[in-house]
Every structure is written in structure tokens, then in C-alpha cells.
Design a protein around this ligand. Structure first.
Ligand code: 5RP
Length: 220
């Protein structure tokens, strides 16, 4: 039986709950799938002691549900980070940042021992790159970085009017070849003015939970 994309996201979020150790402080990403997870956690607050938020939007949601928000500078390393993605491969490499929170998401993922990614099955791709790659850039470097991205084969578009939680801008880039995503991730990070990019290949997910019509499928 066919279910909606939202229902598939909810299935993935529900399955993630089983991976959360009781009483832990976890890292939480951003987006509609994570929002569903927060709603589920709100009904089971005893499961976690608190959460490190990867965006102001997630922080606001957590506070709305009276789930304690913890500063990453006070937690030390985290055992678990849970987040959605815009694209995911079978090798658990991701494109993230559709919601613009990629830099903080990358930081919390890097600070966590395990990264559990929750998606609906529309996000699965053979090769990354169908989804435009979000890149966070210092405002003064916007045009320079865009020209450098064109040299790499990309077609950057400024996400006009959007400012990240860190006060920067986003370039969404189409047409980059991401056959070797870890190499492109490093190459883009070397452009002066780039804060971070939405390829999660050097630190991929450890576990991918995919919501489908039939239930959930897990890749590790
Ligand atoms: C935000 C992200 C999100 O994880 C990504 O955009 C997926 O969002 P959603 O769960 O709404 O499909 O990277 O920066």
C-alpha cells in the first residue's frame, strides 16, 4: 500500500527512537523529518536528558516541547547524532543543507560517535548530485566563490534573501560531478570564503534508516 512521503518520514523517525540510549544527550539535526522525531521525543521525554541543536529552528522546536537544549561546548563528544538528508547513497554519503543548516549539522555530526540518518525513500540516489549542492559562504566572498565553482563545472545560484544562523549566505550548485564526493567535498572547502559545503562524504552517516511503503529499511 502506498503511503505519503510524510508517513515514510514518520516511519524512519519512529525507528530511530530505538537507537537512542535512555538518559543520553543526543545531537539533533534540522528539517521536517527531525521535526517529526522531536514530536515523538516530546511524548517520551524520559528517553533523553537533552539535545544539542544544529539550528535555531531545531532549538526553538525543542524548547517548544520543553526538551532541554544543551550547548555542544558543555557536552564533550556525543554518542549519537540524528539528522535527515536531501540525498543519500547506499554508501551512506549524503547531500545536506536544503534547510541551510549544513555547517552546524556538520559540526554536531563530527562531534558524535554515531550518525544516524533518517530519510524517506525519495532521497535515495545512485550518485549524489541531482539535488543542488548547498554551500555556505561568507557574504563578501559570494561572487568570488561562485566564479571558482563555475571553474569546477558547477552552476551556482545564490539563495537570495536567505541568511544562515551564522550570518552567511548559501550558494546552491547544480551540475557538479560528484562521482568522487569526498574529493569534491575537500576541493570546495579549499576555496577561500567557503564556510562549509553540504557533501557529507568524509564523515558519512553510520546508519541510514529509510521509510518506505512497506515499513523501514536500514543500511549500514
Ligand atoms: C537541513 C538539512 C535537512 O536534513 C534536509 O534538508 C532534509 O530535510 P527534510 O527532513 O525536511 O526532508 O540538511 O539543512
Amino acid at each position: 500500500m502506498h503511503v505519503t512521503q510524510d508517513e515514510k518520514k514518520r516511519r524512519a523517525a519512529e525507528a530511530a527512537i530505538e537507537h537512542i540510549e535512555a538518559g543520553a544527550v543526543i545531537g539533533l539535526g534540522s528539517g521536517t523529518t527531525v521535526n517529526l522525531l522531536i514530536e515523538i521525543l516530546a511524548g517520551a521525554k524520559h528517553r533523553i536528558e537533552g539535545a544539542v541543536a544544529s539550528s535555531q529552528a531545531t532549538e526553538a522546536r525543542l524548547k517548544e516541547h520543553r526538551i532541554p537544549v544543551v550547548d555542544l561546548n558543555h557536552t564533550g563528544g556525543l554518542a549519537l547524532y540524528i539528522d535527515g538528508a536531501d540525498e543519500a547513497t547506499q554508501h551512506l554519503q549524503l547531500i545536506k543543507g536544503g534547510g541551510g543548516a549544513l555547517t552546524r549539522e556538520k559540526i554536531v555530526a563530527a562531534a558524535s560517535r554515531r550518525f544516524l540518518c533518517i530519510v524517506d525513500d525519495s532521497k535515495l540516489v545512485d550518485v549524489l548530485g541531482r539535488y543542488p549542492l548547498p554551500i555556505e559562504v561568507l557574504p563578501m566572498a559570494r561572487s568570488y566563490v561562485a566564479r571558482e565553482l563555475v571553474k569546477l563545472g558547477g552552476q551556482p545560484q545564490w539563495r537570495s534573501g536567505y541568511i544562515t544562523d551564522n550570518g552567511n549566505v548559501i550558494l546552491d550548485v547544480r551540475s557538479l560531478s560528484l562521482l568522487d564526493p569526498a574529493k569534491m567535498e575537500a576541493e570546495i572547502n579549499h576555496i577561500a570564503g567557503v564556510v562549509s559545503n553540504g557533501i557529507f562524504a568524509r564523515r558519512p552517516a553510520d546508519l541510514l534508516i529509510i521509510g518506505t511503503d512497506a515499513g523501514v529499511k536500514t543500511l549500514s
